[in-house]
Design a binder for this molecule. Structure first.
Ligand SMILES: C[S@@+](CC[C@H](N)C(=O)[O-])C[C@H]1O[C@@H](n2cnc3c(N)ncnc32)[C@H](O)[C@@H]1O
Length: 305
């Protein structure tokens, strides 16, 4: 697969700039710098008086983003951090309340396809899946150490894998012979467990790989922490924008925004999630599942769009 030059195309870029109300002089936090697609465009709008605070859990993407933002017109403060640590990052950046917070969840295209991360069943590589090398648990550890029931529950709960029991059983049978250390080996075990094409026509390994990746990187837990913490770091009128790529994540965002709205902590700005238009979907097929939700911290509520 040929990657775009930055290894990732930012999704819903104009929508993010508009709905986050990015203008000169503001302070914006990008919780998921990635390849700095959103961050670069935000920085350009913030101008000389603005401040961009950015973080990424992956030091490789952080380094790339840093280089890409080197000529940004605004002040830029970047951190190798998990967005679950937003509070500490803002402390280290010596910033109190901010005008906008963006999280573009999941992984960048380069991470999904670069064999170094061990995230793809399409490329044989060590079964790792950590986006932050400081994370202790790898996917190989889950696959080779967890009990059969725990693996089945993980696949079902994180990725709605309907063949979870069959796959978990086969994994445990196979690792009794020898440990499963590579993505290719795991993909083969899954193909044998399912024994043919799936009714939903996706690759048989898709859901298992997704569930493992989510567990290794604690994606659900980190998102829930971010959703709990972010609103209190916004100025009145400040906005929180979250882009998610699967229904479970979107559900968490929707519920968290609704609860915060009921507490009068946030006002929902996007009554329905904003999704990419046809042109973007065609240009960037990965954008197809993207959903953007925005909420605003405010004393007074504004009309929903
Ligand atoms: C979809 S990409 C972001 C792409 C970016 N918006 C761009 O336009 O280039 C998601 C990024 O978030 C990072 N990430 C994922 N979970 C994270 C977390 N809990 N804390 C910080 N960064 C995280 C990933 O390493 C990846 O670089």
């Amino acid at each position: 697969m040929e990657l775009p030059t930055s290894g990732h195309d930012p999704v819903l870029l104009q929508e993010v700039l508009d709905l986050l109300e990015v203008i000169e002089g503001k302070t914006i936090v990008d919780c998921t710098l990635g390849r700095a697609g959103h961050a670069g465009a935000i920085a350009a709008k913030l101008g000389r008086e603005g401040l961009l605070i950015g973080m990424d859990a992956d030091p490789r993407n952080l380094e790339y983003a840093q280089a890409r933002l080197a000529d940004a017109p605004c002040e830029v403060r970047l951190f190798h951090a998990n967005f679950a640590q937003l509070e500490h990052v803002l402390g280290d950046a010596q910033v109190g309340l901010v005008d906008g917070i963006l999280a573009d969840l999941g992984l960048s295209t380069n991470q999904l396809f670069d064999s170094e991360y061990g995230l793809s069943f399409a490329t044989d590589a060590p079964l790792d899946m950590r986006i932050d090398p400081q994370t202790e648990m790898t996917a190989a550890e889950i696959v080779n150490r967890w009990g059969e029931q725990k693996i089945a529950d993980l696949l079902f709960q994180k990725a709605d894998e309907r063949f979870s029991r069959r796959i978990a059983k086969k994994i445990v049978e196979r690792r009794r012979v020898s440990p499963i250390r590579r993505t290719g080996e795991l993909a083969q075990v899954i193909y044998e467990a399912i024994g043919g094409p799936r009714p939903d026509r996706i690759d048989p390994a898709t859901r298992t790989f997704m569930a493992l990746r989510m567990a290794v990187n604690q994606e659900t837990e980190n998102l829930q922490t971010l959703l709990a913490v972010a609103p209190r770091h916004l100025k009145a009128g400040g906005r929180l924008a979250i882009i998610s790529f699967h229904s479970t994540e979107d559900r968490f965002v929707k519920l968290a925004f609704r609860e915060a709205d009921q507490r009068d902590e946030l006002a929902i700005v996007t009554k329905k999630p904003v999704v990419p238009g046809e042109i973007e979907q065609e240009r960037n097929p990965r954008s197809r599942s993207a959903k953007l939700r925005v909420a605003q911290r405010s004393a007074e509520k504004r009309g929903a769009v």
